[in-house]
Design a protein around this ligand. Sequence first.
Ligand code: SF4
Length: 317
Amino acid sequence: MATVIDTLQARPRHPEKQNRPETPLLRKPEWLRVRAPGSAGYNDTRDIVRSHGLTTVCEEAACPNIGECWTQKHATMMIMGEICTRACAFCNVTTGKPNPLDPTEPTRVAEAVATMRLKHVVITSVDRDDLDDGGAAHFAAVVRAIRQAAPDTTIEILTPDFLRKDGAAEIVIDSAPDVFNHNLETVPRLYLSIRPGARYYNSLRLLERVKDRDPRRFTKSGLMVGLGEAKEEVMQVMDDMRSAGVDFLTIGQYLQPTRRHAPVDRFVHPDEFAAYEAIARAKGFLMVSASPLTRSSHHAGEDFARLKAAREALEAR
Ligand code: SF4
């Protein structure tokens, strides 16, 4: 028995990366340093997450904003388990064969959202290439359960790409979340090395399909920079997103989770983020958030209010 436990504990979190060369973790510049978590609000959020048996991307992705977000009772729930079928070079979520879906999860997530009295919630998931619908029906069930348990809470979803899962995107779109987010993550040239299981045009088309099916639905997408992309490539992605009708763009600094993940090419200066933001606004996004610590779910509640206000202002012109 002891051997089994030892074996389980010894299982690497990223088996596919064990043969990759190690690269040193670069020292972070001062603008990326954050305080260690530990406030009373942080502890409350952690207790609610634990008591409802929830998984959060805040912890799984080792997000640098966890101290700030959890203090404000803002956590991003990760559904469909903790094990992902993809093996992206930037991501800290465990890779492997996932467990079966838990049919009680929609209720548990909805109860947690109601208990926390959240104005806005972000729900994301691992990739479930092992399921016929990529987990779309389960994702939709979670959205519906939250609507029922917490009707005043606005819902933002951050979905997988549903690659080769015909009809899956439509199931999720029809659950009518307030915001449909799918991150393009990086520029197309880097997909093979950074996001090898995904296809750039599939992800772009997913965002476009949301708008085709429901033009009033807000769409959102994000990019990490500092992976070796050129500024011109980032601007081309912005144009692609605008062609797909994306309303809200987020851009943040890539941080290397371990020595075997993709290395940071460089730390992008805050002034460059400000320049990206100005360019993106000029290209017509309703909302842009670009800073070193921007993550797709960072300040999502406040940003959603701004997003709605921006659309209303545009329509009132
Ligand atoms: S930015 Fe998102 S993932 Fe990071 S701690 Fe905040 S809610 Fe969690």
